[in-house]
Write a protein that binds this ligand. Sequence first.
Ligand code: NCD
Length: 313
Amino acid sequence: MRDLISIDQIASLKEIEAVFREADKMEKIVQSKKTAQWLKNKTVAELFYQPSTRTFASFLAAAKWLGCERVVAIHGMTEYSSAVKGESLQDTIRTIEQTTACDAIILRHPENNSSAVAAKLATVPVINAGSGNKEHPTQALLDLYTIKKRLGKVKGLKIGFLGDLLNGRTVKSLARLLAVADKNCQIDLISPRVLRLPVEEVKQLKNKGLRIRETDNLGGVIGDLDVLYVTRIQKEWFQTPAEKKLYASLKGQYDINPKILQPAKKNLMIMHPLPRIGEISEAVDADPRAAYFEQMRNGLYVRMAILKLILCQ
Ligand code: NCD
């Protein structure tokens, strides 16, 4: 694999497990506090056109943990780069390759096809760190890795996705990865009607063999779940005055709190790609079922694994 553009490139459980095995090794490196040397002579460029805390920080740290001394990490591309002057993504990619002599480009961008466009003309691998509202492949891998670590399996799971399934990209990528891991897992899509997963996506998941139920009532399914994957309502996708009004009416619909969790299983996993903006109450943080802080650390290991697998073939 040269680039990582879409989660659909991961086509078998064997491939998933290969990433997870590598991530396990990365955890040991981080625990040992000793920098590895795999990327010692590499240059990595990181370009972010959208806000990010976790993905940006963990990719940056991942490159450094692997010994990369030349990381060119640029946040705020839409504010400070020549994109402001109207430069195209294509020309920016050419520029970054030329100016940094990089061996890989990590890209976050609001357009769905941005990573594919970049990969087409780049002469070095492109890694998608979140594009548009459909793809976030490294997040899906770290999410499934967290599930595997906690529950010891990726098969036979009952997973509920809650929140903005229309605009969120993490749910779409993870659902497709789950179909690769186990066609028999059961997915509950829990959202207000207006934020449902697009019909086309649901159809594709069903075609892959997944059992899918849709509901707007969390209480009706929570007791059944092994994993509750919560997402925020994606404010940035509500742009017109009517959409902004809709956002205001939807905000705060879900608040996962100890009371709501009462009927849930004792070993439920509560996940969230974060940032949360009120969907999970802080009172849940101390609940052993909360897995969202673990996800972040696993993100470091999984991104180290991905960088190594792509750059050290
Ligand atoms: C997610 C994203 O950017 O899609 N964040 C992340 O990478 N952890 C989720 C979100 O912003 O809601």
